[in-house]
Design a protein around this ligand. Structure first.
Ligand code: ATP
Ligand code: MG
Length: 379
């Protein structure tokens, strides 16, 4: 039986734990607060900040896992590089976790591999940001190099908005570097996540592309398959294969692309299951979590089958604890609808608390209608 140390215990971790438990693994779920979703289904749990170097190292040495599986970006990845040298296995690799923790590192890797990205530059002050934005041309997108879920991200349409974008980025920044990436705004037709699976033995596999819509930098709903031209799909697959093979290791990656009328543009990548990929809980024979578990355990993936599916998030509206949910029965009364409630112990505005899933024709409209029926009631 493999022992897994899961770093980060949110809703994606919870589904991964369920997949790994079904394959007989022993899972220790870690996060900075008790009662996190993945802890509710794991064998053991451990509470500490993944950014605390000493605590992270201590947890690894105490539990002696066969596999260290990161679920979040905000991890003191230097420790992962170090323990990998000691012989611990990090999924997919300590290098992948380290390079994707910051947007600039993975972006530089992609560029080095000749992968098409939006025009971009970096800035370390408001003045610098203005200079770079003017060189790229407005509108531009500004993101802290260390942040996720859209935190600190904004669009500046003219020079007069630069100071506000800089201040907003500084507020949303994680870690110790005051650095932002400033990007050309891409007027895409749609954006996709291409779930890409690197196997221990066997070729790289791809799921059907997942389309999604984001608000405030967080995904609101996703669907599979997103129809796209075959040569664009091939181009995305080639880029995904290039970047993931450079990162190495085994596991599932969420590779994000913008698709315009003329081309496919690489955006970013997660070396782990992706939130927009929750649709695969209903659309595929093996969900992205099952696929990640099989890949990291070195089990075969002979076939990925999918049908039309969609997911839509249920968000909290206010601060509170011990939430309850109304409208769940109503949402689930339609055939082909399922709901996942993450079991988060507290709420805050826009916190993702549950997801509605639909399969079959018109899945997207049905998933969104189901999500809208569910209300989070905070005590
Ligand atoms: N250059 C761009 N042009 C147009 N839209 C963009 C650009 N960069 C980001 N966006 C929009 O903002 C969303 C979030 O950006 P990105 O994925 O880079 O940030 P994130 O904080 O890592 O998000 P997440 O953690 O949710 O994946 C994108 O999915 C896209 O909708
Ligand atoms: Mg993203």
């Amino acid at each position: 039986m493999k022992k897994i140390l899961l770093l980060g215990s949110g809703e994606l971790g919870k589904e991964f734990v369920i997949s790994a438990k079904r394959l007989g693994c022993h899972v220790v779920a870690c996060d900075s607060y008790a009662g996190a979703p993945a802890m509710q289904v794991a064998d053991e749990s451990c509470v500490f900040s993944m950014l605390d170097e000493a605590a992270l190292r201590a947890a690894i040495h105490q539990h002696q896992p066969d596999l260290i599986v990161p679920e979040i970006e905000a991890i003191r990845t230097e420790v992962l590089l170090e323990v990998e040298q000691e012989g611990f296995e990090v999924i997919p690799s300590a290098r992948a976790a380290n390079l994707t923790m910051n947007r600039d590192r993975i972006r530089d890797v992609a560029v080095g591999l000749g992968v098409r990205t939006a025009k971009f530059s970096y800035a370390e002050s408001a003045q610098d940001l203005l200079t770079q934005a003017q060189a790229i041309g407005f509108p531009v997108v500004i993101k802290p190099v260390m942040s996720s879920s859209g935190k600190g991200q904004s669009v500046a349409r003219s020079a007069s908005e630069i100071q506000a974008s800089w201040d907003y980025a500084c507020q949303g920044m994680r870690g110790d570097r005051q650095k932002v990436i400033v990007e050309e705004f891409i007027h895409f037709e749609f954006e996709i996540t291409l779930l890409t699976i690197r196997q221990r033995n066997g070729k790289t596999l791809f799921c059907d592309p997942i389309g999604h819509v984001q608000e405030r930098g967080d995904y609101q709903y996703s669907w599979q398959p997103q129809a796209m031209k075959l040569d664009y799909l091939k181009a995305a697959q080639e880029m995904a294969e290039k970047v993931t093979s450079d990162l190495g290791g085994a596991g599932l990656f969420g590779v994000e692309f913008f698709v315009t009328r003329d081309e496919v543009i690489f955006s970013e990548l997660s070396p782990r299951p992706h939130d927009t990929g929750m649709v695969t809980l209903i659309s595929q024979n093996l969900s992205e979590f099952d696929l990640h578990a099989r890949a990291v355990l070195g089990l075969p993936i002979p076939l990925i089958e999918s049908t039309e599916g969609a997911s839509a998030v249920v968000l909290a509206t206010q601060d509170g604890t011990n939430p309850s949910y109304s409208g769940v029965a109503d949402a689930m009364s339609e055939p082909g609808i399922d709901v996942r409630i993450f079991g988060k112990p507290s709420t805050r505005p826009y916190r993702r608390m549950a997801v509605a899933l639909a399969k079959g024709s018109n899945a997207l409209a049905r998933a969104r209608a189901a999500a809208q029926k569910i209300r989070v009631i905070s005590a």
